[in-house]
Every structure is written in C-alpha cells, then in structure tokens.
Design a protein around this ligand. Structure first.
Ligand code: SF4
Length: 320
C-alpha cells in the first residue's frame, strides 16, 4: 500500500551529503541544478509498472484519495502521537479515543477527503452534492480503531521509547543518486543497536509477495547505514490488518545488494526518462490503478510526453 501521510511540517529531518533537506521535494529524474532522487514508493512504482511511475512522477496525474490509504494516515498519526503521552498512559482505550481527533485534524488539512463519505445521491451519478453519510464515516472510524487496538497485541508501547518517529532521512550515494524516505519509527537499544519499524494497515503478504515490503525496509536500512555508519540490527514490519510481525536482520552484503539494485533501477529510470519509453506492465494490482483511462493495456492513451525526448542512436550511428 502506498501510504498517504499527514503534513511533513514538524518532522525530524536527518540527512547528510549534498541534499536539499526538504521532505516535500518530489522524487524524480534530474532537473537542472538538482540531484536525482528516489524514495521506496517511487522505486516500487517503477518495478511494478514503469508507466505508473511516469504517470505519477513525470505527468503528475491526479489520483483520487482512497478510504484505505486515508485510514492508514489516521492510524499512523495515532501510533506516532501516542508516544507524546507518558509511558503508563499509552493504553489501547487512549489510542482508540485519539482516532476521531486525528481524522478531524487530517480533514482540516485536506477538506477534499470528505468526498470519501458523501451520501449517494438519488440517481447516483457520483456527484459531490450529498452530505457526509454518518454511517459510512462511523464504520470507517470503527475499523481504524480496530487497527489501532490490534497494535497492542503485537507491541507494548508502554515499554517502548522510540528514538525517532516519522523520521525523514536523506542521503546521497557516490553516484549522485539521492535516497530519501520517511521511517515510521526508529528504536535504539542501550547497546546502540538500531531497529527500524514500519506499520502497515493491510494484511501481511504471502511469503512469495514479501520481497517488496522487505525491499522498502532494506532501502531505509541502507540510508541509515550511510548516515550513521552502523547497519541496523533489525527491520520490523508490523501488519495491523492481520496481526502479524515480520522481522529481518540485514547484513552489509544485503545492503550492498540493495544499493546495486537501486543504481540499476535508477539507470533504467534515466533511460526511460530520456527516451519516453515507459512500458505498461499489467498485473493484478492494475485493479487499484487510477490511470486505466490513460493506459494502453485498458484501451487508453497516455497524455503527450511532457519532457524532451533524446532519440536512441544505433551503435553504428553512435560510432560515426
Ligand atoms: S493500469 Fe496497470 S499497466 Fe496500466 S498504468 Fe496502471 S498499473 Fe500500469
């Protein structure tokens, strides 16, 4: 799931190297005078479907907010802010009670999210004239509260003192590629060992689909290794939807392999950006894609490519 998050204002920023230091700067190919940058979400987009990457990063086509992603934002906000309370007060009832307030806070920031809960009008043309359906909203909030409550069966926040929450990290590799992302939680043991924790509001994937979320965690581990000089001891995915915890203990070899993979991925993105050749890749995830109307796999036509195209030369032409 691609998580929608609250405003980045107030987040801790931890960065080194030649960086912009701004969480809100978009990922993407190099623009004049700026370094290229990549986040786990955009890397996953390209691996999943290059055309999806183009629509999101280059065309910047709008996407409808989804009830599931918005719920994820609210749940993440609760899990983050609960740590503002003293340890003994980090209880499940308190966390559940925070859900409506975090929803109101998000809605104040993004009033368009009210559309998620509009009553269907008679004739149902999908218009926006109806009021908010209180039952739909209540059911959605109740599910968010269930997810928050399930966290307490997986972790005990009264026994945790995170070193960082919602930490924006950014580092530049020797190649000039900037890696950036936002880590839900960083725990540091008295020994100095680091644990990276990410909350997922969906269900844990079957083992054959666990590579993608683990890749995201190794991406964060690589960035923290570069920033702090220590390989994180543990990567921990907390799946609130199914009540599962997935852990992985990386080593330097893992993270070097991720770095090689990211550089190869970036080379593929750079080539596609120069040639405009972003091919669609149809998978079961197309069902959740907002861009089927522009996708050739579904009979659509992409908008005109907005960047200059560098023609591909044959080896013969290139050599003279
Ligand atoms: S519908 Fe599928 S193939 Fe088309 S852009 Fe979206 S993810 Fe890619």
């Amino acid at each position: 799931m691609v998580c929608v998050r609250l405003s980045v204002a107030g987040r801790r920023v931890f960065a080194m190297g030649t960086t912009t230091g701004k969480a809100e700067q978009a990922d993407g190919p190099p623009r004049s005078g700026r370094s290229a940058s990549l986040s786990p979400s955009r890397a996953s987009d390209f691996m999943r479907c290059p055309l999806l990457y183009r629509f999101r990063v280059i065309d910047k086509l709008p996407e409808k907010p989804s009830a599931a992603a918005t719920r994820g934002t609210v749940v993440h906000a609760v899990l983050e802010r609960l740590f503002d309370a003293p340890a003994a007060e980090r209880t499940a009832p308190r966390a559940r009670a925070m859900v409506p307030g975090e929803w109101e806070r998000l809605l104040a920031d993004r009033p368009e999210l009210a559309e998620l809960f509009r009553e269907e009008e008679a004739g149902g043309d999908g218009g926006t004239g109806g009021g908010v359906d209180p039952e739909r909203l209540a059911g959605w909030l109740a599910e968010a509260e269930r997810l928050v409550e399930r966290w307490f069966s997986l972790e005990d926040p009264s026994r945790l003192e995170p070193a960082e929450r919602e930490l924006f990290v950014e580092t530049e590799l020797e190649s000039g590629l900037t890696l950036r992302g936002i880590i839900d939680r960083v725990d540091v043991a008295p020994t100095g060992e680091i644990r990276i924790v990410d909350y997922k509001t969906g269900k844990a994937p079957a083992p054959q689909y666990s590579a993608e979320p683990l890749f995201q965690m190794k991406f964060y581990a690589l960035v923290l290794w570069r920033l702090r000089g220590m390989v994180p001891r543990r990567l921990q995915l907390v799946y609130l939807g199914s009540g599962d915890v997935l852990t992985y203990d990386p080593d330097e070899g893992d993270l070097r392999a991720v770095e090689r993979k990211l550089l190869a991925l970036w080379e593929a993105i750079r080539t596609a950006t120069e040639t405009g050749a972003f091919l669609p890749r149809q998978t079961r995830l197309c069902g959740w894609c907002d861009h089927q109307a522009h996708c050739p796999e579904f009979g659509g036509t992409p908008p005109p490519y907005p960047l200059p195209i560098i023609p591909v030369q044959s080896p013969e032409a290139a050599s003279g």
